[in-house]
Design a binder for this molecule. Structure first.
Ligand code: HSE
Length: 354
């Protein structure tokens, strides 16, 4: 079997670790980008899942430290079936781009190995979710987060309601929502970008939990009163409570924008994060210039895609997205950085067998 899983954009600003979207890069986009592709086949030569080759390998390990092998092995172990599976990874996505390259490999592998099982798991089975998060954890050498892998698996926008229990909600993207991604020729390491956040004067893990609880309650029809929460405990020396309030309101607006298919509400909401984005923006050469250029060209919003360095804007139409993309490319160029421009809509399908 052969599987392709789409590129993704995590966070969308004030949705750090709780929100992500799958990108459908349009065929007539200035530059094109495909998700990674994995070919999996049964073998009698051994038991277990083994990555035997990486096509276009940018220097990835071909062993258990490879995301693809780890996620595939997880699903096989969970099934209890005795099987040998060889994997070939076609590494089409650039690594360290902020476009969910490791997520694409992780999801490809879990879906491909699952498809070879005698009794495959349904795609939304907890074991599938665990497998793809496990793959991501190998990539970041951390605990794993789901805001790239779940959108790559299911498509659409995905809100991670409770990662400990693998609860999520999915929203479809609509006709009127466009994104334009500028992916500079720079590379960033997600693990490093996560560690960089330790310098932010906020309790970020606490804030992730608060944001998901806040959004979950809203989606259940109940709005938590922020006046009744002691927000000071999320703020360290030098941080501001107002930024936490803006962050929560912004996260709420992200959901409202997504549910109403409004590129304006979503775009404005994306830019309300003053907690995670300022720390990471420092690592992206020309960030402020590219943001100014995108907004002047009509972008409804601008934010870092995942942990960067790609930056993404929302737009009303494909034409707007193209103009904004051009402005972003030129702004990066003025900073001496080449970039690729991807015009996208929301991929509502997720990983596909091809
Ligand atoms: N939410 C994760 C982060 C996504 O921003 O670190 C990484 O791609």
């Amino acid at each position: 079997v052969r599987v392709i899983a789409p590129p993704t954009g995590a966070n969308l600003g004030p949705g750090f670790d709780v929100l992500g979207v799958a990108y459908l890069i349009l065929e007539n986009s200035r530059d094109t980008l495909s998700g990674d592709v994995i070919t999996a086949r049964k073998t009698d030569k051994f038991r277990g899942v083994k990555l035997i080759d990486v096509i276009n390998n940018p220097g990835l390990p071909i062993d258990s430290q490879n995301v693809a092998q780890a996620a595939g092995q997880y699903i096989l172990d969970a099934s209890g079936e005795f099987l040998g599976v060889e994997l070939i990874l076609d590494k089409r996505m650039p690594i360290g781009s902020g476009l969910g390259s490791s997520a694409s490999s992780s999801v490809d592998s879990a879906v491909a190995v699952n498809a070879l099982l005698e009794n495959p798991f349904p795609r939304n089975h907890k074991k599938m979710l665990e497998a793809v998060v496990h793959g991501e954890a190998i990539a970041t050498k951390g605990l794993g987060h789901a805001d790239n892998v779940f959108p790559a698996l299911f498509g659409g926008f995905v809100f991670i309601e409770d990662l400990n229990n693998y609860h999520y909600r999915r929203f479809l993207g609509g006709e009127r929502m466009y994104f334009v991604v500028a992916s500079p020729n720079l590379r960033s390491d997600t693990g490093e970008m996560r560690r960089a956040l330790q310098s932010a004067p906020y309790d970020i893990p606490g804030l992730v939990k608060l944001t998901s609880d806040f959004l979950k309650r809203y989606l259940e029809g109940d709005l938590m009163d922020t006046d009744l929460i002691d927000l000071s405990k999320f703020v360290k020396n030098g941080g501001k409570i107002e930024n936490v309030i803006d962050y929560l309101k912004g996260a709420l607006s992200l959901i409202i924008g997504i549910r109403n298919q409004s590129a304006t509400v979503l775009g404005n909401a994306m830019m309300t994060d003053k907690i995670v984005t300022p720390v990471r923006a420092r690592y992206i050469i020309g960030y402020d210039n590219v943001k100014d250029a995108a907004l002047s060209a009509g972008a409804t919003g601008f934010i870092i895609s995942g942990s960067g360095p790609a930056v993404v804007s929302s737009a009303y139409s494909q034409r707007d997205a193209e103009i904004i993309g051009d402005a972003k490319r030129r702004a990066f160029e003025r900073n001496g950085v080449e970039s690729k421009i991807y015009v996208a809509k929301v991929d509502n399908v997720g990983a596909r067998l091809i």
